[in-house]
Design a binder for this molecule. Sequence first.
Ligand code: SF4
Length: 277
Amino acid sequence: MKLIDNTKSPLNVLDQVGVKPEGPVIGYVHSIESFGSVDGPGIRFVAFLQGCRMRCQYCHNPDTWNIGVGDEMTADEVLDNAERYRAFWGETGGITCSGGESLVQIDFLLDLFTKAKARHISTCLDTSGGPFTRSEPWFSKFKQLMKVTDISLVDIKHINSAEHKKLTGIGNENILDMIQWMSHNDCDMWIRHVLVPQRTDYDNYLTELGDYIKTLDHVQKVEVLPYHTLGVKKYHELGITYPLEGIEPPTADRVKNAEQLLHTADYTGWKTWRPQW
Ligand code: SF4
């Protein structure tokens, strides 16, 4: 008997049993931000997709974790909404899919980005890489997705797999595998790293991460994101224990130290980056 993983979205469950969905692919959208300025190049229309299987201790969007809930939208509905802001995008802006973890809904993402490119809209994927696998049919969908993705914002939560598991609930092997694949396949990336005291803010790990990023191609930008406590209220509202209770954001000196160890100033491609048409 074939076991069905019913923690996946309904569409992915249909894939597992070999049934092709009929009609337009439906996405589960947590929320929309019309004028995102920190979610990729330029001004971007950001769709935060519902669903994530990781459990990062510092996650400030625990309300995006559940899979198969949220506003049901088709790609054309998202794009029709986004196009109302086209005048603000300039040469570099466009749409970004964030989350949650967008790759959980890879069928929708592929449909959305394919249709976006057909409308001459630049596409950006914000991902932690958690769902990445070379298993089929997922890997073929991912490769197709990368053909219609102009740039990816990739979070590396921790360079050490054991520490990554403590911090997020899973190891980082498949995530680093995804990044290697992207590096070898001409995928432009911004690498981002959340600096958390007592979790990621250690010189040895930051040095290791900085050395690792140096081995990659197509990295346009490296960013240190200081941990913040803005998500704490949501945990209290959802009745979830906040794992980082009592941990304060890093000091400006520690942020500067991390930027030096990750060599952020060396990555300047983002200044002249443009989507390919
Ligand atoms: S990957 Fe993102 S959405 Fe998922 S738990 Fe981590 S921070 Fe939250």
